[in-house]
Design a protein around this ligand. Structure first.
Ligand SMILES: [Zn+2]
Length: 271
């Protein structure tokens, strides 16, 4: 079998706007800090809340698993994810190919999708500074939990990034490969799964406390660029002028977008 080699990469960049308060828990989750029971994760240099790439990617994976009915059979921390245990199934599995399998599976091809951490936009950070929010860049939301047995009410303080905040630019990088069981045209077809995952995310929530209304997000100003292995110093835009205003605009144009990506990478049209 021929060696695996990179065909090219798709760079998906966008802004993420919070439509409700956003709570992505920090590593100190569970420890009360300054009266806050649930704090958000912050960048250690800027002290601003950010969206970890792993949260974004993990959420899209999980939603896609449930959407496709993939067997969620592997326990990782507090969540359960899908992982193929059989090599033939793995070869055919969009989820494991895109998002990867644990190293111990022993048949891992390169994970196709990576997601970078997303910082708060300068404009939003400035706006929140001027608003003098409860805590730097965030608001506190008090929730009252009722003990079902004793009926005792215990208020809890949740920290959230307020609605209307823009994080960005977010960047997701999707790699296409050929050789050694990989096929670029199949990888391009699989890219649609990533877009569907982002649609599922908009209809669901990011971070915690989603069942209580937190974490509604919307993508905006989406751009898609491609670098082929042959011309890796050149990045080819595949979106219309000005990019896509929102995810629906990209989905509506997917056929044209797909054709442009295929053309830029000199591979068969993935559709
Ligand atoms: Zn799988």
């Amino acid at each position: 079998m021929s060696k695996i080699q990179l065909t090219g990469r798709i760079f998906l960049t966008f802004n993420i706007k919070t439509k409700s308060g956003l709570h992505i828990g920090g590593s100190d989750e569970g420890i009360s800090i300054g009266g806050v029971d649930k704090t958000v994760i912050r960048d250690s240099l800027t002290n601003q809340p950010y969206i970890p790439g792993s949260s974004l990617r993990g959420k899209i994976r999980s939603l896609t698993e449930k959407y496709t009915g993939a067997d969620q059979n592997k326990r990782i921390g507090v969540s359960t994810i899908h992982t193929c245990t059989d090599k033939d199934a793995y070869q055919q599995c969009d989820i494991c190919q895109i998002y990867g399998v644990p190293g111990e599976a022993g048949f891992s091809q390169p994970t196709r999708l990576i997601a970078r951490d997303v910082q708060m936009s300068d404009a939003s950070a400035e706006e929140l500074r001027n608003l003098r929010t409860d805590l730097p860049f965030t608001e506190m939301k008090t929730e009252v939990a009722i003990d079902r047995v004793t009926s005792a009410a215990s208020p809890r303080q949740m920290e959230r990034v307020p609605a209307g905040v823009v994080f960005g630019r977010a960047e997701m990088v999707y790699s296409l490969y050929s050789g050694s069981g990989c096929d670029s045209a199949t990888d391009l077809k699989r890219f649609k799964t990533v877009i569907t995952g982002l649609q599922l995310l908009e209809d669901d929530y990011l971070g915690g406390l989603g069942s209580r209304g937190s974490g509604k997000v919307e993508l905006a100003s989406i751009e898609v660029k491609v670098k082929s292995k042959e011309k890796y110093d050149t990045s080819t835009p595949c979106h219309p002028n000005g990019g896509y205003a929102n995810l629906q605009a990209l989905v509506n144009d997917y056929s044209a977008l797909n054709g442009k990506v295929a053309n830029a990478l000199s591979i068969a049209n993935g559709e």
